[in-house]
Structure formats: structure tokens, C-alpha cells
Design a protein. Structure first.
Length: 500
């Protein structure tokens, strides 16, 4: 085999990483990205002199000891030169009337503070912290996919995590709202049930917090855009070709074999393999024209209750002042509900002063005010847009979020300016993501864990990759599925896979 050609649809982290792994193994990769820049959901941009980081809040694999770090290294995203910011305070919870506590990255400190906050829940708090500790050890397989594992690989997993998997399985089946009932204090109940968006299972909550407490959920300085730029440069240096403004309209198929793609401009491109890293619903319904079924996955599109998505409405502020003494993330509960698809009563203010390398005018810092939601938030915005009220409503909501910010931080009165507003409609337009999602399906107590091979029955020389193939999505699934896809393609072509 020499230089088989692979077309990779989508230039997000999964697409660029797939290109890297395939180039390393002797393929000629062509990445086709519909936007004018690559990165997909891992993005950053500039408004009014301020850099707005559009993605990384925490990155699994940011710690060199983590198994996922190796993959980030392989695709050029992380190296010993890249400084990682490990947050001390993951989030300050502020219920008003002085009722506040902090989710510290130091678990002992957090446990102590929470017991002081709610002595009546001491037993449950200690149990919760023990669970977090246990989850610090749980990692998704990154070396090879299950279908390429041998008996020894399975035994290794069994030996290292057997006891933990029992707790993992249990935490998958209980919702955060259900788990919250174990606590007596109303503020703790509220925190646990609402920290993630509605219907997330406890496992997702524990997994997120445990990666921060184990210092494997830090943030690479330079932000999301710089991380993507490093991956892009690595792909180019290995000889991959990247075309932006190249929207794919459909996959060309002859007698059950993928032969190439047709672009929106009518251009036809041929290849030996086609890999789609685009959101899976878009791939199946649009690019494959709804002609193929993806085993044990299609039904999820029709079951929004058990397979909801996660989305945001965010107002971005430029604030004059020194942000460095304020919390990284401040969740503020307020009294007068803010009406979107439901009455929201909390907002998270995320302060970007931690990263001095992100551009801002002198003496300013950026704050993002975010309301989290699911499909309902998307349908609400869609309706607003169809009625022609989109711009007005965006301004109105951003203005209300600004007022809440000023109430909390009166010292910044007259010093805050709205510089951007992002809604689920933005993510839908930019990513072709399902219902404005930028991640995969939320993992609910009744939803199945997702670990898909990316192969479609009856369609040869074609592969799906990207975050939708693994539970909850996120950046690690993007790079993991890229590696796994390259491994499977190499196996099909009888090539011994190399990672670098
Ligand atoms: C606000 C925000 C915060 C986040 N925070 C975190 C975090 O803290 N930690 C974390 O791990 N993850 C986070 N994520 C999620 C993370 O960004 C994504 O999981 C990851 O980037 C997905 O990568 P991907 O390549 O699989 O998919 P995508 O990024 O969706 O890439 C798919 C690409 O395909 C392109 N495309 C779509 N249709 C077509 C077409 N027809 N033709 C050509 N190209 C097409 C899209 O433009 C896109 O570039 C966050 C995302 C957002 C938006």
C-alpha cells in the first residue's frame, strides 16, 4: 500500500487528529471543513479587542501522567512546553444571603468546607468525597478500541479497575436529581441536582469533578484556538491537505462502497476511504441522505427524554478592572427568574483573567455569563428566530445577565460592556450540530453508554469518527475516536498501526 487517499469530512479536533494518525501510517489525508477556519467546537475568536475562548473549561488528559495526555502529545496539542493552569476553585456556589461554598480542586479542603456548611450531611458528604476519590482512577481506554483488544488487554482493565466499575455502573444509573435527595440541606440538594444540566447521571458529575481533583482537568494556557492551531500545524507538517470553506453536500457511493464526496459547490472529490467526523445526525440524515441505519444509535434521535443534548446561551462581557482576584467560575442564584424555555434562576459567570496570554485591551478582562440548557432551549430560540425576534431577544437576555452581574459585582457598574452573545442557533449554524449541541448526547440514568465503532453496515470504505461515538462527547472522545478510526482503517488495509 502506498499513499492511499482518505477524505476526512470536518476539520474539528477529531478530523485534524484523524488526518495526523493516518499521515503517520502512510495515507494521504484531505480534510474538508465547511467553515473558514478549522477547530469546530474547539474555538476562539476576537470581539472589540478581546479574545473570546469558546471551549475549554477543563481538559481530561492535561496531566502528563494521564493516559489521554499521550494522545494529546501524539497530535501535537500538548507538550512539556505548554503550561497548564490547574484551577484551585472549580466553582463558587452562591445562593445569596451569604450562603456560599466552593468546589475546591483540593478534595480534603472541599470536604471540610462542605461539612462546615452542612454538618447535618456529614456522612453523605464523606461518602460523596470517597466516590470522587474512586473516580479519580477511572479512565476510558485510549490505547486501542475494544474490538482490537486481546484477552490480555481485557484482563489488564479487569485487574486495575474491577472494584471501581461496580461504582461506575451504579453511578450511571442514578440521576443527579435523584442522588441529591440523599442530602438534607436544601442548598446541597440544589447544588447536586443542578450543577450539570437536567437529567445528567451522577457518573458524569463525578467523572468531571474527579478529573479536576486529580489535577487531570487543567486548562492549557493560550486557550482552545491555540490548541487547535498546534494540531493543525502538526497535520500540515506531516503532509495533510486542509481545505476550509469546503462544505460537503453528500457522500458519493457506488454499489455500497464510499468513493468520495460532493461539495456544496458541485465539485466531486474521490478517495479510497471517507471518514466523517461531522456530528453523527448530520452525517446520517444529510450526507448519507438517510439511506443507512447506524446500529443501535438511530433510535436515540427520537428519544429526547433519555438522549437529550447540552447547549448554552452565553453573553460575553468586556470588564474594565483587574479580574485576577475574582473566582474562576461563580454560579449565582437569583430570585426573579429569567424566562427562556423555562424560568432560569442561576447563571454561571466565568472569568478569563487566569490566562494572561489571551488578548484583551489593557486593564480589561473577559467574563462569560452562561445559562445551560437542553433541546428545549434550542427549540425556544428557534421559535424566537422564526418570529423575527432573535436580535432583540438576545440583547434583552444579555442585558438582564449584565444586570445580575452588576448586582453581584457593583464595583464594575458602568465598566461592563456586552461584546458578544452566543445561542444554540450559533452552534447549529457553525457546527451542523443536533439541536444546537456542541457535545454528544447527555448521559442520563436511562440512556445507554455510547461506545460505537463507527462502521455502517452495507457501506464499505467509510468510517464515522468524532465525539458523538462516545458517551457525552467532549475533546477526549474527539482524539480517542480519531486514533481508533485510524487503527481500524490500518487493520482493514493490513498495515501495522504506528502512533508517531
Ligand atoms: C462552549 C463550549 C465549551 C466546551 N467545553 C469543553 C470542555 O471544557 N472540555 C471538553 O472536553 N470539551 C468541551 N467542549 C466540547 C468540545 O469542544 C467538543 O467535544 C469537541 O471539540 C468536538 O470535536 P469533534 O471534532 O468531534 O466535533 P466538531 O468540533 O463538531 O467538528 C466537526 C466539524 O465538522 C464541520 N462540519 C459540519 N458539517 C460539515 C459539512 N457538511 N462539511 C464539512 N464540514 C462540516 C464543522 O464545522 C466542525 O468543524 C466545549 C464546547 C463548547 C462549544
Amino acid at each position: 500500500m502506498a499513499n492511499k487517499k482518505v477524505i476526512i469530512v470536518g476539520g474539528g479536533v477529531a478530523g485534524l487528529s484523524t488526518a495526523i494518525y493516518l499521515q503517520v501510517n502512510g495515507y494521504q489525508a484531505l480534510v474538508l471543513e465547511k467553515n473558514s477556519v478549522v477547530g469546530g467546537a474547539c474555538m476562539g475568536w476576537e470581539r472589540k479587542g478581546c479574545h473570546i475562548d469558546g471551549c475549554i473549561h477543563w481538559l481530561v488528559g492535561a496531566n502528563p501522567k494521564s493516559p489521554t495526555y499521550k494522545l494529546w502529545e501524539e497530535v501535537g496539542a500538548l507538550s512539556s512546553d505548554i503550561e497548564i493552569f490547574n484551577q484551585d476553585d472549580l466553582c463558587v456556589l452562591d445562593f445569596g444571603d451569604g450562603k456560599t461554598f466552593t468546589m475546591w480542586s483540593n478534595l480534603e479542603r472541599f470536604e471540610k468546607e462542605l461539612i462546615e456548611f452542612s454538618p447535618e450531611d456529614e456522612k453523605q458528604i464523606r461518602k460523596f468525597c470517597r466516590l470522587v476519590k474512586r473516580f479519580e482512577k477511572i479512565n476510558a481506554p485510549t490505547e486501542k478500541p475494544v474490538d482490537l483488544m486481546n484477552l490480555w488487554d481485557f484482563l489488564k482493565i479487569g485487574f486495575t479497575m474491577a472494584g471501581d466499575y461496580y461504582h461506575y455502573g451504579k453511578a450511571c444509573k442514578i440521576g443527579c436529581d435523584e442522588y441529591a435527595k440523599k442530602f438534607k440541606n436544601p442548598y446541597l440538594k440544589r447544588w447536586i441536582s443542578e450543577h450539570m444540566v437536567a437529567n445528567y447521571n451522577l457518573m458524569s458529575f463525578l467523572y468531571m469533578y474527579a478529573h479536576v481533583t486529580s489535577k487531570d482537568g487543567g486548562i492549557p494556557l493560550g486557550g482552545s484556538l491555540a490548541l487547535v492551531e498546534r494540531i493543525k500545524q502538526k497535520a500540515i507538517s506531516l503532509g495533510a491537505e486542509i481545505r476550509t470553506n469546503a462544505e460537503v453536500e453528500k457522500i458519493e457511493i457506488e454499489k455500497g462502497v464510499a468513493k468520495g464526496v460532493t461539495l456544496k459547490n458541485g465539485e466531486s472529490l474521490q478517495a479510497d476511504w471517507v471518514v466523517c467526523t461531522t456530528p453523527t445526525e448530520h452525517t446520517l440524515k444529510k450526507l448519507l441522505e438517510n439511506k443507512y441505519s447506524f446500529k443501535n444509535f438511530d433510535f436515540m434521535f427520537d428519544d429526547r427524554k433519555n438522549y437529550p443534548i447540552y447547549t448554552f446561551t452565553t453573553a460575553v462581557f468586556k470588564v474594565q478592572g483587574d479580574g485576577s482576584k475574582y473566582p474562576l467560575s461563580h454560579k449565582v442564584y437569583f430570585n426573579d427568574g429569567l424566562n427562556l424555555e423555562k424560568s432560569h434562576d442561576s447563571v454561571t459567570f466565568r472569568n478569563y483573567a487566569y490566562d494572561k496570554t489571551l488578548k484583551t485591551p489593557d486593564g480589561c478582562f473577559v467574563v462569560q455569563a452562561t445559562l445551560g440548557g437542553n433541546d428545549d432551549m434550542y427549540f425556544w430560540w428557534k421559535d424566537v428566530k422564526e418570529k423575527g425576534d432573535y436580535k432583540t431577544k438576545k440583547q434583552e437576555i444579555a442585558q438582564k445577565l449584565l444586570e445580575i452581574y452588576i448586582q453581584k459585582y457593583p464595583e464594575f457598574s458602568q465598566k461592563v460592556e456586552i461584546i458578544d452573545i452566543i445561542t444554540p442557533m450559533t452552534y447549529e449554524r457553525y457546527l451542523n450540530g443536533r439541536n444546537g449541541s456542541f457535545q454528544g448526547f447527555v448521559h442520563t440514568p436511562k440512556g445507554k453508554a455510547i461506545n460505537k465503532k463507527g462502521v455502517i453496515k452495507g457501506l464499505k470504505n467509510f468510517h464515522l469518527a468524532g465525539q458523538w461515538l462516545l458517551t457525552s462527547g467532549g475533546l477526549p472522545p474527539a482524539v480517542i475516536t480519531a486514533r481508533f478510526t485510524a487503527q481500524r482503517i490500518c487493520k482493514a488495509d493490513k498495515i501495522k498501526f504506528k502512533s508517531k
